[in-house]
Design a binder for this molecule. Sequence first.
Ligand code: FES
Length: 287
Amino acid sequence: MEAKTVLLIAVPVLLVLAALLAVATTVSRQRSGTGSLTKEARKADRSEPGTAVATTDQSEEARARFAETRQSLEPAGAGRSVVSVGGGLIRFGEAPADPETLGVSRRKFFNRSIVAAQSLVLGSFGLAVIGFLWPSLSGGFGGKVKAGDIKDILTAINEKKLPFYVPEARAYINPYPESALPKAKKTYGESILPGMEAGVVALFQKCVHLGCRVPWCQTSQWFECPCHGSKYNRVGEKKGGPAPRGLDRFPVEVDAGQVTINTGIIVQGPPIGTNTTGQEAEGPNCV
Ligand code: FES
């Protein structure tokens, strides 16, 4: 998948996750409020410490019991909040805490800690994704890599009998013969064909068997993997070993003679048996 596409998917996903987190936080705050307290309890909580809220039971007996209990509890009342007596409430204790202090209950503290931890994880993940993709969007592996002038590249290949290696793209450029194009059009997809028609292929250096870097064998003029012996011809079509297909490759653009390799798109190598160029080993194998 192209790096830009990944970024276009990752950013909205992160925004949606952040929105969900914000909604969850709001709901959690509303639930942890004082909505479940009774009217009398809220009234007592707002009253001065040591004051009593009149009992709802106005009988003589209830009022006497209320007054007696208040008197007896008052010395031990410090540190207690509200005592319910005969349908009434007596409030003791220190001066009322300020609303800020009351607001940060233990439950709220844990809720906020969890939200903060989630935000931190989400934020770190988002930054990591963007950091990972950023160099790809501005060039380098994962983006479009300029390889140079096509004439210079083909001259260097012909003179040295070596593929033109582009380290930034982790790719080898090799010539693709014009005579093989009719066969190539039946085998390769539209993303790869323009490069072949311009006369080059850009092959990913990674072996499609288990991922070793595949070196060039100067004597056979093939790519030969030292790990388990897979072999690929000059244009990356499989010739032997355990590899399940030919070498993967990248689309190539040639504009005003300048070659650009698009490493944001990795195209799977051709299936076993593909042999569009008919190139056999030109000497002893290296592996
Ligand atoms: S990794 Fe190349 S043949 Fe196994």
